[in-house]
Design a protein. Sequence first.
Length: 455
Amino acid sequence: MTKILCIGAGYVGGPTMAMIAKKNLDVEVTVVDINQQRIDEWNSDNLPIYEPGLDEVVKEARGRNLFFSTDVDKGIAEADIIFVSVNTPTKTFGHGAGCAADLQFWEKCARRILEVSTTDKIVVEKSTLPVRTAAAMERILESGKKGVRFDVLSNPEFLAEGTAIADLDNPDRILIGGHPTPEGQKAVQALVDVYAAWVPKERILTTNLWSSELSKLTANAFLAQRVSSINSISALCEATEADVGEVAHAIGTDSRIGPKFLKASVGFGGSCFKKDILNLVYLCQTYGLTEVAEYWHQVVKMNEYQERRFVARMLKEMFNTIAGKRIALLGFAFKADTGDTRESPAILITRELLAENAEVIITDPQALEHAKIDLADVAEHVTFEPDPYKAAEGAHAVALLTEWKEYKTLDYQKIFDSMVQPAFLFDGRNHLDHAALHEIGFNVYSIGKAPLKHI
Ligand code: UDX
Ligand code: UDX
């Protein structure tokens, strides 16, 4: 029986391994993590991450051919294939601080694998890494010369949070990078076989290692660029009375452009886009490609501009002062259907509102616990309220920051009646029925559209 190990039981490692175990009954999958609490949660009825459909997949496979443990060394010793899915955040110190990827966890894993292994292993990079990281990994693994063979592959994960299970079940493609040598190709084939249990062969792409590593960074850069591009146009729409939804629809019907990922918003968040683009920028700088670095950096700068612009507009429309005013934020997660708040636009927006001495009340169906951690240093100025109606009570403005489905069907008449007048509503996701809200009496401001005002 093939034994697979995954180091890192996070948003990527957990769901991905659960799906591999579900689809490969002849493979035993173990997920290890240094965080005991996380592992305990994976072994409980209360999984550490909220992801639609994940509970069922884990329940089906756990204890059968899916195991969660903190025994990293045992897992390494027994495994044939080791996925490394530990976090690779942006460096906060030293050379490349604020831009380069922090590879310390990843390198520790490589050294541990070298130390503990007594049998041959295929080591798979699942974490998103700078291009040519596999070369460094190979150098570490080959430094031992213990007669153990290591083949390094790159297999980036393209799942998006909130739709992880559907993305894993029916991926657009699986990407596997390996060396063109016979040994490298044998390793590639072993991993192809794992995915071929449920993914059609033509969707499993194999490339060289460097193309695979670079494709992940490039995919995220292109996706984020689309959001920044439409968000830049939203600013122009607000200045000209064009409607960004109409513009997005008009351009998206061109089959060369396509309709997806063109929703103007308060800004993109999530653990990957900003980190990976900065990683790409740093790589370009390292290779002396200054213009290329600047080109991609602009995507991140445009996103920050969009987040700040949202608060600036609130301030301007609310008579240039929000000091002492109650502002209710509907949603704190970086997108709907996840409790994840990493790089959520809501974090910067809350801080900007607090800087104006506003009182901020935050509600979210899944992300309140993370919000409390993100805002721990300013928690005494913020109220965390699970009930959206209570959050909006006595508020001067409501700002929708996450497109949760349940926010579409709230009783906005009830909300309006409980608010201070004139009541303002800022829709950072163009998620609500603006004409109906205007009819109720709200002054409605959305992204890239003309406002609907009573005053
Ligand atoms: C991770 C990477 O950050 C990202 O670059 C890649 O694209 C996918 O994998 P994610 O799964 O969201 O993303 O990270 P996170 O939820 O932080 O999980 C990483 C886990 O690794 C954590 O549970 C952490 O405790 C664990 N870890 C970290 C180890 O087990 N060992 C370590 O040495 C470091
Ligand atoms: C992303 C990539 O999609 C995925 O392939 C990669 O593996 C990890 O990074 P994720 O961060 O989970 O996934 O979410 P995604 O759906 O890509 O959304 C990212 C951000 O962009 C969210 O804040 C979302 O609200 C925003 N967004 C997305 C928009 O503002 N407008 C859009 O049209 C699409």
